[in-house]
Design a binder for this molecule. Structure first.
Ligand code: WTA
Length: 651
């Protein structure tokens, strides 16, 4: 199989601003020192992180036990995640954090709440006692299906306090998906709410839970937070109001002393098959990884107001709204609702209102903001921002530049962070005080991480050729398995290369050793024997002045093997006709080369996305190849988009 050809040409480089670099927690010197240590002795590097960033009840005796593909980190060590996120900020050197905001919460209707570290500690302790009273013991699984309200974070932390692994199911998933996940994990309790607000409407969560639990025999209890006050059915014996249970709960609940490898949570993610995989994470290694990376990559300071716009139902929210941020004693902002409610400027209004300093969001959101127009951010004072981040997919250089200019006011470094549900925390990323950035590149591996790009035979490819992104050494936040399915764990991640983790992503490195992640390898096309990253074509399309968003898929073609089909959302004012098609083909040819020219361009007013904002490529591939059966659509945000896409065929 030929190498994935790297066709992206991006030559802009942004050095860390001297003022930022000087005061950064990891300045250039520290970055270099850590890189050296990480290369020489990754275990020692991680042990140093574990000592610096995590409080242990009992120290570990062995840093790593590695029997591929099974890793154990900090063996013999005992700790507790909620202790690290809460208790340690109330005593000793940081005791003053007691009255510091832990969670600043903004509801979609405009209501708001602030929980100090002392408040959060009390609520978590009480809810941990509630769980115990319901009979939940160490090791029992608890499913959580909630809107973005503080009780979600409280429930998670309470689970960690008693050692009951949580399984959070994103509230946008259907009852059916929820039931599958509850059953797979064998959850004994479900924590939910009457509803959640979304674009002014109410999502009826309790109703979905009722449906799901109908065929989920493991569930004994359902706890319901009152949020939207819509009527719900409460089944006596099984269903309990959160506020009723909390009113009677004691606020004394010592944290369980848990083994470093005690299961912390399961989080389901899509794989190449229809059945989601329950990714398992454990305690000490995960906590070390997310706490150290959050501190270094977001350059977290005592006076930061940090905002990650993800939903806690995804791994980004687990690691970088809750655990990694609270463990650092920093204020984390949580927003309940949609970015366009009531207006297209809601995010910028929130940044101005709370003086947000660090902002972490997804490229797909940025492209949406571009489409909405820069007048919306321009209405607000964004001068409090000092650092920006992106996650979830490759960012096209033009979106990066817009983010840099319009949101960052050209002064904020941007950290493009590459990682996965499976990796637990960030692995490839700039360090804002010490690593020059290039728009579209996640730059280099975090110290202690051994990332490489392999060819089909497991040999590192020569820059700038493309290949498969792999991780050659274990890291503390890595998944410990797929819940209940060790066979799939081996096959999925460890069978392509010996003792090496296969990410499923394609990437290439440039001559400076920078990584350019091109997206999932199943999204890479082979056109006339040339492999082309769909992302590269998309990036080219999006760099055209009249394009807001684009998604590119391959469709089988008799002559070329694969033909490129581009789904393009033009900007509001664009003339949509054949001359635009022509212009776009020319543009792609100019940006990349004739082999990347789309065979077909379909204009559409929207792309099919999951509620977390990922473009559903499999669906697009089906539509592009004229298949009637359109695969799993349970996570699709807007169903009507499918019909419109089918009609969009180029005449
Ligand atoms: C993609 C999200 C390019 C990648 C944390 C990965 C990225 C998948 C980036 C994991 C990035 C994530 N640049 N691609 N900065 N971050 N990805 O499990 O394809 O929802 O394999 O985890 O998102 O998605 P997941």
């Amino acid at each position: 199989m030929p190498d994935i050809e790297s066709l992206l040409k991006e030559t802009r480089v942004f050095k860390p601003a001297p003022e930022f670099a000087r005061s950064a927690y990891w300045n250039r010197k520290r970055v270099e020192e850590m890189r050296r240590l990480g290369e020489r002795n990754p275990e020692r590097f991680w042990a140093r992180m574990a000592k610096e960033h995590v409080s242990w009840f009992t120290p570990w005796h062995t840093i790593l036990k590695w029997k591929p593909p099974f890793a154990k980190w900090f063996v013999g060590g005992k700790t507790n995640v909620s202790y690290n996120c809460l208790d340690r900020h109330l005593t000793g050197e940081h005791a003053w954090r007691r009255n510091k905001a832990a969670i600043v919460w903004e509801g979609e209707p405009g209501d708001s709440r602030v929980l100090t570290y002392a408040d959060l500690h009390r609520e978590v302790s009480k809810f941990a006692n509630v769980l115990k009273k319901l009979g939940i013991r160490k090791g029992d699984r608890v499913a959580i299906y909630m809107p973005m309200v503080p009780e979600l974070a409280i429930a998670m932390l309470a689970c960690t306090r008693i050692g009951a692994p949580h399984s959070i199911v994103f509230a946008g998933f259907s009852a059916e998906s929820l039931r599958d996940r509850i059953n797979d994990a064998g959850a004994r309790a479900v924590i939910t709410a009457d509803g959640g607000f979304r674009r002014g409407g109410v999502i009826k969560l309790k109703q979905a839970v009722d449906e799901a639990v109908e065929n989920a025999p493991s569930v004994e209890h359902v706890v319901v937070v009152r949020r939207t006050e819509n009527p719900v059915d409460m089944r006596p014996g099984r269903d309990h109001w959160w506020h009723t249970l909390m009113a009677e709960a004691s606020s004394q609940c010592p944290p369980a002393r848990l083994d470093a490898e005690h299961p912390l949570f399961i989080l389901y993610t899509s794989g190449t098959t229809g059945k989601p995989k329950g990714i398992l994470h454990t305690t000490g290694g995960y906590l070390t990884h997310v706490t150290a990376t959050a501190k270094a990559i977001f350059d977290l300071r005592e006076d930061d107001t940090y905002w990650c716009t993800a939903d806690i139902g995804w791994v980004t929210g687990h690691s970088y709204i809750v655990y990694g941020i609270l463990a650092n004693g920093v204020t984390t902002l949580m927003y309940e609702g949609a970015p366009n409610h009531p207006g297209l400027d809601r995010f910028w209004e929130i940044i101005e209102k709370y003086r947000v300093t660090v902002f972490y969001t997804a490229p797909t959101a940025i492209r949406t903001f571009i489409r909405w127009g820069e007048e919306h951010p321009k209405k607000h004072d964004l001068s409090s921002l000092r650092l920006l981040g992106t996650v979830g997919e490759p960012i096209n250089p033009e979106a990066w530049m817009w983010y840099h200019r319009v949101i960052g006011g050209k002064r904020c470094p941007i950290v493009d962070t590459w990682w996965q549900t499976e990796t637990g925390g960030i692995l490839i990323t700039p360090l804002p005080g010490g690593v020059p950035t290039k728009p579209g590149s996640a730059t280099k591996a975090f110290p202690g991480i051994d990332a490489e790009v392999y060819d089909e035979d497991g040999k590192p490819v020569k820059p700038p050729n493309g290949g498969f992104l792999v991780l050659r050494k274990p890291w503390p936040g890595m998944l410990r398995g797929i819940w209940g399915d060790p066979k799939r764990f081996r096959e999925q991640y460890w069978s392509k290369y010996k003792n090496t983790y296969f990410t499923g992503d394609g990437a290439h490195r440039d001559r400076d050793g920078y990584f350019w992640v091109m997206g999932r390898v199943d999204d890479v096309m082979n056109v006339s024997g040339h492999r082309i990253g769909t992302m590269e074509v998309e990036s080219a399309l999006v760099s055209h002045a009249q394009v807001a968003e684009a998604a590119v898929v391959g469709r089988p073609d008799e002559i070329t093997g694969t033909a490129i089909v581009a789904f393009v959302t033009p900007k509001g004012d664009a003339e949509v006709d054949d001359s635009l098609r022509d212009a776009l083909r020319k543009h792609v040819t100019r940006e990349i080369g004739a082999i990347a020219r789309p065979a077909e361009i379909r204009f559409t007013d929207a792309l099919p996305k999951t509620r977390s904002g990922k473009i559903m490529r499999r669906l697009l591939r089906d539509i592009a190849s004229g298949k009637e059966s359109v695969g799993d659509t349970t996570t699709l945000e807007d169903y009507s988009v499918i019909a419109r896409l089918r009609e969009s065929e180029e005449s």
